[in-house]
Design a protein around this ligand. Structure first.
Ligand code: ADE
Length: 420
């Protein structure tokens, strides 16, 4: 190979959102292909607040595939990364950039190696589905670099093989992961139910709950549930199919009452299935339970749901309000019970900080002066320090190419992550 030919580095950068399931995925019918026992439905969050950004670089000068996550090199040898790389490479198409002197034939892709750098704009270990955003972004960006022509449905089926819920991050708005029936998993993919503009009043507040305990990973937790929980059969075969239809209807009609009831019920049944596992799995903690109690009492006092809650495989609460006015009221109640530990209110709420102004909370003194929520029976006790911080977000769009080359995470000359 001529030296000039060895010089080029071809790159693309993508950004993908994370998503939160309102009808939960729990349990696989095929471990290797990551095929679920039921359909699931999620909302995609605003990538400005919760997303992964990934740059993929290709060059004939790279001797092997390498990846860096949040600046640290990680191994790509795991089956999940290998499945995504293999499936995208299989679909890679011819590419030519005459100006840069790049010509790649379809069969060349097998021997071209990639460097991947990825960065999450939220804490990777906070239990906020970083692998969903991460694998969706990896597949999307690999597809861009390798000139893959497949539609997003097909890409979602590949992302699924990296992390199940990643398939739902290929679309914005409201997304359904259809479990599929085929043994090869080719019909287990995501479809968009409605885009992010369909119901854009919704406000999402996430309470990142402090947790010192080591959690059961989703992979091993699901496996234990499938092997031991009799309740899972009932959930997957009887409850979820009709609940999915009702949820689709609620989303279509922007019916918050039904949406909230279904969301809370499904979160609670998911955690019931975890408790029904042997040995039982506890993902929520006392703080999670206190937040459920606060929302349930408020909803009950009004006679109709004000806010929906949902909890994934961890203690963080995801709270969905129908509009900014209700979200501001929710924030007041949350900050009454869970005030910040230090004086800095601005770092205690990240994302869309303007909700603080809507709630009339401009300083820590405003938080100290908040009245006790009247619907609570024991309003005196406060739980300072039990919530690490809050994130205020909204529905967001699916993956996008980051066109600004300055935002690439890899140096186009060295082919290595910037700053390494
Ligand atoms: N797991 C967590 N975050 C990730 C990312 N950004 N890319 C790939 N895997 C991940």
């Amino acid at each position: 190979m001529a030296a000039s030919e060895r010089q080029w580095v071809l790159m693309a950068t993508g950004r993908s959102p994370t998503n939160i399931a309102v009808i939960k995925y729990w349990g696989k019918r095929d471990e290797a292909l990551i095929l679920p026992v039921n359909d699931s439905i999620s909302v995609t969050l605003d990538p400005d607040h919760l997303s992964a950004t990934t740059t993929v670089a290709v060059s004939p000068s790279f001797p092997s595939d390498r990846m860096w996550l949040n600046g640290k090199e990680i191994s790509l040898s795991g089956g999940r990364f290998q499945s995504c790389l293999r499936e995208i490479r299989k679909r890679a198409c011819e590419f030519e950039d005459e100006k840069k002197g790049i010509k790649i034939k379809k069969e060349d892709w097998e021997n071209l190696h990639v460097h991947i750098a990825s960065y999450n704009n939220f804490p990777t270990a906070a239990g906020l589905a970083s692998s969903a955003a991460g694998f969706a972004c990896l597949v999307f960006t690999l597809g861009k670099v390798m000139n893959v022509k497949e539609d997003y449905g097909e890409l979602s089926s590949i992302a699924r093989q990296g992390s199940g819920s990643a398939c739902r991050s290929l679309y914005g708005g409201f997304v359904k992961w259809c479990m599929g029936k085929k043994d090869d998993g080719s019909d287990s993919l995501a479809v968009q139910l409605a885009d992010e503009t369909h119901w854009n009043d919704l406000v999402i507040i996430i309470a990142v709950v402090s947790s010192k305990q080591k959690e059961t990973s989703s992979t091993s937790g699901m496996r234990d549930t499938v092997e031991t929980s009799p309740l899972l059969q009932y959930r997957a075969q009887t409850v979820v199919p009709s609940r999915v239809l009702k949820m689709e209807e609620a989303i279509k009609n922007r019916d918050f009452d039904s949406f909230a009831k279904l969301t809370c019920a499904d979160s609670n049944q998911f955690h019931a299935v975890c408790l029904d596992t042997s040995p039982p799995i506890f993902y929520m903690n006392d703080t999670s339970h206190r937040i459920i109690s606060l929302v349930e009492k408020w909803n009950h006092s009004q006679g109709t749901p004000q806010v929906a809650y949902t909890f994934d495989a961890g203690p963080n609460a995801v709270l969905i309000a129908p509009n900014r006015k209700t979200a501001a009221l929710l924030l007041q109640k949350l900050l009454y019970y869970f005030p910040p530990q230090d004086k800095n209110l601005s770092s205690y709420l990240v994302g869309d900080k303007s909700i603080l102004g809507d709630a009339g909370l401009h300083s820590i003194e405003d938080v100290d002066a908040l009245p006790a929520p009247p619907e609570m029976k024991i309003p005196k006790q406060k739980f300072k320090g039990d919530v690490s911080y809050f994130i205020c977000s909204r529905l967001g769009s699916g993956p996008k190419v980051v066109a600004d080359e300055n935002q690439a995470l890899i140096d186009s000359v060295t082919g290595l992550p910037k700053g390494v």
